[in-house]
Design a protein around this ligand. Structure first.
Ligand SMILES: Cc1cc2nc3c(=O)[nH]c(=O)nc-3n(C[C@H](O)[C@H](O)[C@H](O)COP(=O)(O)OP(=O)(O)OC[C@H]3O[C@@H](n4cnc5c(N)ncnc54)[C@H](O)[C@@H]3O)c2cc1C
Length: 388
């Protein structure tokens, strides 16, 4: 029996390679993309060349044969520098390709996974609708099977969908009501909709508070026809599928949040040594030192939490509660660290040219996306046997 939270030499090598990429390639360029609200195609292409979009997928599809631990390590290192590129990877892998890998037919995998793993195409997952996200079982989008043509006919809309409207988006998997159960409840199914299908409209990008170099859109479906074979898994499994996808995705978001929290420490330590006030570095003041020590403590405990959840997932053990705990904790402390890092930077912390300003703007969504903090608390309480 052993308990070792340190990384294997292979994972540490991956961590160092991505940290170098984030420092040398992402950091110098991303601020300008962010200011222009522009998707960073050249950086995403490079991430594809590095194999990052294929990280947890089998080699037969062009993946790297890694797992969620490897994905988390990469997301943490990217988000330590920038969250827009990290969420583009997270959504591409966890929401775009993973549903096809976990639930797709051999034909669907052969058609989509090689290009998703190489980063040539991005995938998206459309669950949230204008009328509700947390209560995702209340899906209003419908899909009716036209038996004459053997096609699904999809009608409805989705909102806030990441990676859904880039030039390289290949597909969006959407949840839709395809019928009724004997008790009258909705039969929810997941269906793959390729980009460019007639009747499938992608709105202009939202104007967002943060994640400004990532792609988020509203989607609408007006009599959109796709082959019956685009059903993901079997009919009526959509609800169970997205619960699984979100459980796993929470670990990825927790790793991303940990990276943002650690990036706040990195920037604050640097600034506290450089910036002088009252004749000495501001970092010579215990008030600043204590603030940074608390930030480091928060990032460290968040890291332990997401790695614990990821280890359980990789070992095939139950991980629902641990994933929710990690997501809740890491997103809370990411917001705390971003607020403190901005404070340490004084007026410069409010200027977009400083990475901490970007981190501050990027932190809030972590308490909302892939299940709000309230939803995480509901899940944890339910796992503790509290219901009603
Ligand atoms: C930038 C961005 C990217 C996103 N990407 C995607 C994506 O790729 N795919 C996708 O499907 N979705 C995506 N989302 C949607 C996101 O997952 C939802 O916004 C989130 O799940 C919350 O849903 P909602 O916005 O409808 O809020 P609501 O569900 O309306 O919740 C509003 C508030 O009420 C609280 N609340 C709701 N029910 C309860 C309850 N029972 N008890 C206590 N409090 C409650 C919530 O916690 C929240 O504070 C994205 C969102 C953003 C902003």
């Amino acid at each position: 029996m052993s308990l070792d939270h340190r990384l294997s030499p292979e994972l540490d090598e991956l961590r160092r390679t991505v940290a170098e990429f984030a420092r040398d390639v992402v950091a110098p360029k991303i601020g300008d993309f962010y200011e222009r609200h522009e998707f960073p195609y050249e950086i995403v292409r490079e991430m594809g060349r590095m194999g990052l979009f294929g990280l947890p997928f089998p080699e037969e599809y062009g993946g790297m044969g890694g797992d969620y631990l490897a994905l988390g390590i990469v997301l943490e290192e990217l988000a330590r520098v920038d969250s827009s590129v990290a969420i583009t990877l997270e959504a591409g892998v966890s929401l775009g390709a993973m549903p096809i890998h976990l639930f797709g037919t051999p034909e669907q995998k052969a058609e989509w996974l090689p290009r998703l793993c190489s980063g040539e195409l991005l995938g998206a997952f459309g669950l949230t609708e204008p009328d509700g996200g947390s209560d995702a079982g209340a899906t209003r989008t419908t899909a009716r099977l036209d038996e004459a043509t053997n096609e699904w006919v999809i009608n409805g809309s989705k909102c806030f969908i990441t990676n859904s409207g880039t030039d390289i988006t290949g597909l969006v998997t959407v949840t839709a009501v395809t019928g009724r159960k004997p008790d009258g409840g909705p039969l929810i199914s997941s269906i793959i909709v390729p980009s460019g299908t007639p009747g499938f409209t992608v709105a202009a990008p939202y104007s967002k508070v943060g994640w400004n170099a990532s792609d988020t859109r509203e989607l609408s479906f007006a009599d959109v026809r796709v082959p019956a074979a685009n059903l993901l898994g079997s009919e009526g499994r959509g609800y169970a599928q997205f619960l699984r996808i979100l459980d796993e995705g929470r670990i990825a978001i927790a790793a991303l949040a940990t990276g943002l929290a650690q990036g706040c420490v990195d920037e604050s330590v640097k600034y506290a040594k450089e910036r002088h006030a009252f004749g000495r570095p501001i970092g010579a003041n215990q008030a600043i030192q204590f603030k940074i020590a608390d930030m480091e403590m928060r990032a460290h405990t968040a890291r332990l939490a997401w790695r614990d959840a990821a280890s359980r997932l990789v070992a095939g053990e139950p991980f629902k509660k641990e994933a929710a705990l990690a997501k809740l904790h890491s997103s809370t402390i990411a917001v705390d660290n971003a607020r403190d890092a901005t404070q340490i930077h004084g007026g410069y912390g409010f200027m977009n040219e400083y990475p901490v300003a970007r981190m501050w703007r990027d932190s809030k969504i972590l308490e909302i996306g892939e299940g709000t903090s309230e939803v995480q608390r509901m899940l944890i309480a339910r796992e503790l046997g509290l219901t009603g």
